[in-house]
Design a protein around this ligand. Structure first.
Ligand SMILES: [Zn+2]
Length: 491
């Protein structure tokens, strides 16, 4: 709160003269409706999202923020936007404290109670292990909190601390406290950390230990799949367990990273705009085809479809592909910060980040006026089976709308079921064979139709003040999380 309140006050103090009058309804004229039908049809039957995703995932590959592949992806997106005839196509750079890429395949083994291979990977943004690897006895930490660690301080010293899903379930959903606990381990003398958060068939799942700021973790951290995790829990119930592991990561400090931005200019001159966005970066074990190749591909496909349909919206549509999302929304935090002076002209932000499943509608985050506004296009979204909304506070700061939301901007995230997503995201199995073309087109059509309706309406939803945003977040039980992140200077 302390961090953003000043920013929000500045925002509220900007002149409102050129803005559309706030309303809770979208104005859908017959012309707008015809444009939405044309755009929806274009995206459903001739949408290019599937091919864009194939190129991102199969031809470019995993896109760790700041890596060579990430740079390739930004250049690819920029050249596509240019080829499609978009305006103001450019990079917007920001600096990440560290980039991280695995350099050598990780190896590991259990030593005690018996010798066995450990299917370990380096956790994202972990330093390399020292020459010769890390070896030591394993200590299971039952909650990732500073208090629990202090209680267990004697046992943590010189051990390899092991945590799993149960540890995190016992830790509470407070990112700041979690980060504090993580940072403290090194000081308590832990040799390393092993996270057992992966999936079946010993598939590790990346979370990244960057404290939402892109800094390298202060402790070496490995990552295990489900079977090795469960085995370790069973072994520990019967006696001491000793392991060793080794990996080498390529780490570069203070690297410039680009968001990619392009526009379709609106017909009026008010300077108002909407943002259609998603993150371009991905984790490395797979190729990020679902998380978030689908979202980035949808952004490109919507731009392509609007151009192909020959449509000109009232407001400018800004397409933004962010980097650094997986390390803590870093690209979108920078974007919102850099554009704070024009945030009052942003009529809505529309983010895609949940893969290719049949869309249900929109995640909204506690604003009744957003739900009300969407009713204007209900008949069109219903025909795609996607006219629902959900106020699920769990994902309020889980993707790139978050930094816009706290600036009072109407914020929407495409809502799809997540059953397939959680089996794939951040894992080696996140590859293009999982992408369902029809569902991907459906998602792009829902985003395209909704965003275009907000871009073309003569009316615009109000910007929430700081107080209104606070009330909004309290209603969906996301305020504590926000406050904690703000206190840690993450916004
Ligand atoms: Zn994602």
């Amino acid at each position: 709160m302390k961090i953003t309140s000043l920013v929000l006050l500045l925002c509220a103090a900007l002149p409102l003269a050129s803005q559309s009058a706030p309303d809770t309804k979208l104005q859908i004229t017959p012309e707008t409706r015809a444009a939405l039908v044309k755009l929806g049809g274009q995206l459903m039957v001739d949408g290019k999202a599937y091919e864009y995703d194939r190129q991102l995932a199969d031809e470019i590959g995993p896109r760790l923020t700041g890596s060579d592949n990430y740079v390739k992806a930004t250049e690819y997106a920029k050249s596509e936007f240019t080829r499609l005839g978009l305006s103001n196509v450019h990079f917007e750079p920001w600096t990440i404290p560290a980039t991280w890429e695995p350099e050598k395949v990780a190896t590991g083994r259990i030593i005690k109670p018996h010798e066995q291979r450990l299917h370990i990977e380096s956790e994202g943004w972990s330093p390399s292990t020292p020459e010769g690897g890390v070896r030591g006895e394993v200590f299971y930490l039952k909650a990732m909190t500073a208090e629990q660690e202090k209680t267990d301080a004697e046992s943590i010293k010189d051990k390899i601390v092991f945590v799993d899903g149960e540890t995190f379930a016992n830790s509470g959903r407070n990112f700041g406290k979690l980060f504090d606990a993580l940072s403290q381990l090194k000081g308590l003398g832990a040799r390393a950390l092993i996270l057992g958060l992966g999936a079946a068939n010993n598939t590790p799942s990346m979370i990244g230990l960057t404290n939402f700021d892109g800094e390298l973790s202060n402790i070496v951290a490995g990552n295990l799949g489900r079977e090795d995790t469960l085995l370790r829990r069973r072994m520990l119930a019967h006696g001491p367990v000793e392991v060793e592991f080794s990996f080498k990561n390529k780490i570069r400090m203070n690297v410039s990273v680009n968001n990619v931005v392009a526009e379709i200019p609106g017909s009026d001159q008010s300077g108002e705009f909407i943002v259609i966005g998603g993150h371009l970066d991905s984790w490395n074990p797979g190729t990020g085809a679902e998380d978030n190749g689908t979202g980035a591909a949808s952004v490109l496909a919507i731009a392509e479809a609007i151009k192909a349909s020959g449509l000109t919206p009232r407001r400018t549509i800004r397409f933004v592909l962010f980097g650094g999302e997986e390390e803590g929304l870093i690209g979108s935090v920078h974007y919102a910060r850099d554009h704070v002076a024009e945030m009052d002209k942003c009529a809505g932000v529309f983010i895609t980040d949940t893969g290719s499943e049949q869309p249900l509608g929109w995640y909204i985050f506690g604003r009744a006026d957003e739900k009300q506004a969407l009713t204007a296009i209900d008949p069109l979204l219903s025909s795609l089976g996607a006219a629902q909304t959900t106020d699920n506070g769990r994902f309020t700061f889980s993707t790139d709308h978050g930094p816009f939301l706290i600036h009072g901007v109407p914020s929407f995230v495409l809502w799809t079921p997540l059953d397939k997503y959680f089996d794939l995201h951040h894992k080696a199995s996140d590859t293009f064979d999982k992408v369902n073309q029809r569902d991907l087109n459906l998602g792009a059509a829902v985003v395209g139709i909704t965003a275009y309706a907000f871009a073309d309406s003569a009316t615009m939803l109000k910007h929430y003040t700081n107080d209104e945003m606070e009330k909004q977040l309290k209603e969906i039980k996301a305020y504590e999380e926000y406050k904690d992140m703000a206190d840690h200077k993450l916004f």
